[in-house]
Design a protein around this ligand. Structure first.
Ligand code: F6P
Length: 545
């Protein structure tokens, strides 16, 4: 018999955290470090090639103990076991959540509805590897017999952000004589610019869509087909220039893509958890099957760490608990993700979908309102660029913005002093945020009295430092899995369904209604609110209807 889990704010640890936050929440990092000279080493963990220094978070040992108690009282152990077992923990869609199976090594077994899904995963990986190798070697020929040299991924959301992020992150490992483009937006500019300088005879489109019904993707895919056939003329050319990645074979066929050229995945892979499934086909073509397998291995190392490490030494669990502390007890409404690695420039955008589509929820799994704040807003840019832009607010603004710094000890491109400068900056930013510059220190520098308040930094701004040796496919896998499991952990604590996304539906439905109203020859009766009606009329008039 398991004890039923109490609503979040009635759990003993939650109540204790509320009382604790009243005092500990205002402790200054200067004091915490002064009182414990070993804090920096003590509050640092290492797993799957990532070092996680969380000593500059505003927590005491008691805070950590209470957060860990909250994890236990929230049934996190059972939650993790249920996910890895393939239970249907996506309750509103009645689906298993098994992205961990996508990176389980060959020979492992996870059985869902009587099928060993790991064997299926490896079947698809082998097919992808064969295809990727042929494209990379120039053996996959286009309709006119010329080898494919350009790969255009058409997808949106999870069918785009993971592939783009991974391509950019691992560009150093990519085959440089192939050109990669990513088209996501239904704005025709995206397609037009992506294909402007491409020759259709050498271009392969990967239409990536879990459902194969997404309006943007299908619109772009039809435009791509028209674009290709305008040059290649023969409808037979589609077979050599279009492949699909989807769970929906019927729609893939209906579009005209031979299902022999389809790479499948399964309904137990959420879109935002799919970059390591067949959705990663463009990544595999770019970096090759061996590097792709290294990426999967990095994911798996973090999966195993998450599944087996005690919570007090568990990197995703601690990251999640610290995030929850900042969000729900210190009142921080956002998290800045600050990679000091130019190749990770799309990582914050990728994390936005992962975190906010997963945990931007207002009701618990049984449909009752959540009474605390759920997902914070994730945002960010690579350092050092952000330092000359929004860091001012993080240092001296009135809001508390916890930061995730991400840095690498060794550069991909050792160029003069660049990397030392980069590292010096990231370490300095974390130090400045934590310790600031006191009024006394500023005065001691001889600053005129009127300028002192402007030059004072309050400090006590929390941050974590994620440090790895070098950005490799395996490290990227570990990094993504870290955030995936951290998001999952927070979802368990808030008792929300982190794997559905009903909130994106309403806008889609209304757009379907507005589209014919914009396109009608004569103005149709408009039944929206007065603002929407007027805007539709204005668009029609200015658009020449
Ligand atoms: O609209 C949201 C969403 O469903 C995402 O969750 C998903 O990643 C994206 O659309 C794309 O969906 P699909 O892969 O089915 O085209």
């Amino acid at each position: 018999m398991t004890t039923p889990i109490a609503p979040l704010t009635e759990r003993p640890a939650w109540k204790a955290l509320e009382a604790h936050a009243a005092t500990a929440g205002s402790l200054h990092l200067r004091t915490l470090f002064a009182d414990d000279p070993g804090r920096g080493e003590r509050l640092t963990l290492e797993a799957a090639g990532l070092v996680f220094d969380y000593s500059k978070q505003r927590v005491t040992d008691e805070t950590l103990a209470l957060l860990l108690q909250l994890a236990d009282e929230s049934g996190l152990r059972q939650g993790i076991d249920a996910m890895f077992r393939g239970d249907r923990i996506n309750v509103t869609e009645r689906r298993s959540v098994l992205h961990v199976a996508l990176r389980a090594p060959r020979g492992h077994s996870i059985v869902v509805d009587g099928e060993d899904v790991v064997a299926q995963v490896h079947g698809v990986l082998d097919k992808m590897a064969d295809f990727a190798a042929r494209v990379r070697a120039g053996e996959w020929k286009g309709h006119t017999g010329r080898p494919i040299r350009n790969i255009v991924n058409i997808g949106i959301g999870g069918s785009d952000l993971g592939p783009v992020m991974a391509y950019e992150a691992l560009r150093h490992y990519s085959q440089r004589d192939l050109t990669f483009r990513f088209v996501s937006n239904v704005d025709g500019t995206d397609f037009a610019e992506a294909t402007l300088d491409l020759d259709a005879a050498e271009t392969l489109f990967i239409v990536a869509s879990k459902t194969f019904t997404t309006q943007e993707t299908m619109t772009n895919a039809r435009t791509a087909r028209d674009w290709a056939l305008a040059t290649l003329k023969d409808p037979e050319a589609v077979a050599r220039h279009f492949v699909a990645v989807s769970t929906n074979a019927a729609e893939v066929s209906a579009f005209g893509i031979d299902t022999a050229n389809m790479f499948g995945f399964w309904d137990w892979v959420g879109g935002r958890y799919s970059m390591d499934s067949a959705i990663g086909l463009s990544t595999m073509i770019a970096i090759g099957p061996d590097h792709f397998r290294a990426l999967l291995d990095g994911f798996h190392q973090m999966d195993e760490h998450f599944r087996t490490a005690p919570f007090a030494r568990n990197l995703p669990v601690l990251m999640a608990l610290l995030g929850l502390w900042n969000n729900d007890f210190l009142g921080a409404g956002s998290v800045a993700v600050l990679p000091y690695e130019q190749y990770l420039k799309r990582f914050p955008a990728y994390l936005q979908q992962l975190t906010m589509e997963s945990n931007g929820k207002q009701v618990t799994r049984d449909g009752t309102p959540v009474v605390v704040q759920t997902s914070p807003i994730y945002w960010g840019e690579p350092g050092t660029n952000g330092q000359h832009s929004f860091y001012q607010l993080i240092h001296q603004g009135t809001r508390l913005v916890p930061c995730d710094f991400i840095a690498f000890v060794r550069p991909i491109h050792p160029l003069g002093r660049h990397h030392d400068l980069l590292l010096a900056n990231v370490l300095a930013q974390a130090e400045a945020l934590a310790f600031g510059r006191t009024r006394t220190e500023v005065e001691a520098e001889g600053t005129p009295a009127w300028l002192v308040p402007h030059r004072t930094f309050p400090g006590n701004r929390p941050s974590s430092m994620l440090l790895a040796d070098r950005l490799t496919p395996a490290v990227l896998g570990g990094l993504v899995a870290l955030y995936e499991h951290s998001v999952f952990t927070q979802g368990v604590l808030w008792d929300i369904d982190s794997f559905d996304q009903w909130g994106v539906q309403l806008g889609k439905v209304l757009a379907e209604r507005i589209l014919p109203e914009l396109e009608a020859r004569d103005e149709p009766p408009l039944g929206h609110d007065s603002s929407t009606n007027a805007l539709i009329r204005r668009c029609r008039t200015l658009g020449g209807k």
